[in-house]
Every structure is written in structure tokens, then in C-alpha cells.
Design a protein around this ligand. Structure first.
Ligand SMILES: Nc1ncnc2c1ncn2[C@@H]1O[C@H](COP(=O)(O)OP(=O)(O)O)[C@@H](O)[C@H]1O
Ligand SMILES: [Mg+2]
Length: 209
């Protein structure tokens, strides 16, 4: 067991295998008797889940890019202070499906709001709560959408078109270059078990497990 908590985030395009790997990691941590919690963004607290419904509403076509970015940051502010920081302080391994790098890839790069703006609003929202480790599941959106059988019709972000998701992917690659220490790039075109072996190795390397 780590003597203090850890905060791990999972990142990647829609269908890159985040939920699949999170499921396997959950099982692994349960079997190992670790104190951990699994959460997601946008969401993770009651208030943040309500903001999530607004952000992802597939029937909503009026939302500006700025509103979207601020809503993600608002949901994150509540999540960090109500859940992530207290659980990490209590010694848990907190594993989160998406976090700040999604804001960089989607809002800064793909929506074109720029790194400075997204970084600024998120520094305010995050209270310095940067992940100890981020696992980036590296697979192109073309390949990822093919294996999940297309985009989810009820999800506004997934419905943004393949051109948008190609920009998101480029954004992720840029962010991974920017934060080389924190972000571990994992080749997610392989089998679920091959990918998971790299997940475990990354956690061991950082002395998280
Ligand atoms: N390594 C893999 N190879 C092939 N298909 C995969 C792999 N990992 C996940 N999948 C499948 O791809 C789809 C999307 O995976 P999912 O874990 O839901 O991605 P995400 O949570 O990143 O959107 C699912 O149908 C899942 O079973
Ligand atoms: Mg998922």
C-alpha cells in the first residue's frame, strides 16, 4: 500500500478503451486489498453529475464553446474539493475516467479556445490538484469509433463529427508531449490484456501499487 493516497487519471478519445481498462483496474485493486475509489468527469459528485447532464445533452445545440469549457471547469471544481482531494488525503488511490487533459484536448485544441484560457480557468477550479499519473490510451478516433460501432446518439460530445475527434486526438498527442513526466502513453491498438499489462507496469513504476 502507498503510505499516502494517489490520484490517477485515464484519458483518450471516445472508444479508446478507458472504461474497459478502468473495469480491469478496479478488479485488480479489489483483489489486492487496496483502498481506492473510482470516479469520472464530468461528474463524480451530485452537483457535478447534474452539470454533466447539461454538458452532454444530445438535444442541446446552442451551447457555446466558452460555456462548455466553464461548465466542465465548474463540475471539476466541485469534484476536486468534495471528493478527489479528501479521498486522496484519506490515503485512497483515486482513479478518474477523464480529467484536465480532456479539457486541453477537447476545449483548448479541438474547440480552439487555446491552452492559456483553458489552463487559466482550470488552475482556478483544480486547487493544484494535478494527477500523480495519467494513462493516455493512444488510438486514433477512426479506429476507436470503428470498434465501438459509431458515436453515441445521446452524447453531444460524441456527436461532434469525426473531424472534431481527429482534432481531439491531435490535442491529446500535443498534451502528452507537454507533460511527458506525468502522462504515460499506452499503445491502445493492442489486446485488452496487453494494454492492461502496461497499466499495471505504469502504476508499479510510480510506486502506487
Ligand atoms: N483493446 C481493445 N481492442 C478492441 N476493442 C476494445 C479494446 N478495448 C475496448 N474495446 C471495445 O471498444 C469499445 C469502447 O471501449 P470503452 O472501454 O467503452 O472506451 P471508452 O470508455 O474510452 O469510450 C467497447 O466496445 C470495448 O469493448
Ligand atoms: Mg467510457
Amino acid at each position: 500500500m502507498p503510505d499516502k493516497g494517489a490520484f490517477i487519471t485515464l484519458e483518450g478519445c471516445e472508444g479508446s478503451g478507458k472504461s474497459t481498462q478502468l473495469g480491469k483496474l478496479k478488479e485488480y485493486l479489489e483483489k489486492g486489498g487496496y483502498e481506492f475509489s473510482v470516479t469520472r468527469e464530468p461528474g463524480g459528485t451530485e452537483i457535478s453529475e447534474r452539470v454533466r447532464e447539461i454538458i452532454l445533452d444530445g438535444n442541446e445545440t446552442r451551447m457555446t464553446a466558452e460555456t462548455e469549457a466553464l461548465l466542465f471547469a465548474a463540475a471539476r471544481a466541485q469534484h476536486v474539493s468534495e471528493k478527489i482531494l479528501p479521498e486522496k488525503a484519506a490515503g485512497k488511490i483515486v482513479v478518474c475516467d477523464r480529467y484536465i487533459d480532456s479539457s486541453f484536448a477537447y476545449q483548448a485544441y479541438a474547440r480552439g479556445l487555446g491552452y492559456e484560457f483553458i489552463s487559466g480557468i482550470n488552475v482556478f477550479a483544480m486547487e493544484n490538484c494535478m494527477p500523480d499519473l495519467t494513462l493516455f490510451f493512444d488510438v486514433s478516433p477512426d479506429e476507436a469509433f470503428a470498434r465501438k460501432g459509431g458515436a453515441d446518439k445521446d452524447d453531444r460530445m460524441e456527436q461532434s463529427g469525426i473531424g472534431f475527434h481527429r482534432k481531439v486526438y491531435k490535442g491529446y498527442l500535443a498534451v502528452a508531449e507537454l507533460f511527458k513526466e506525468r502522462i504515460v502513453k499506452i499503445d491502445a491498438t493492442r489486446t485488452v490484456d496487453e494494454i492492461f499489462a502496461d497499466v499495471v507496469a505504469a502504476l508499479k513504476e510510480r510506486n502506487i501499487i
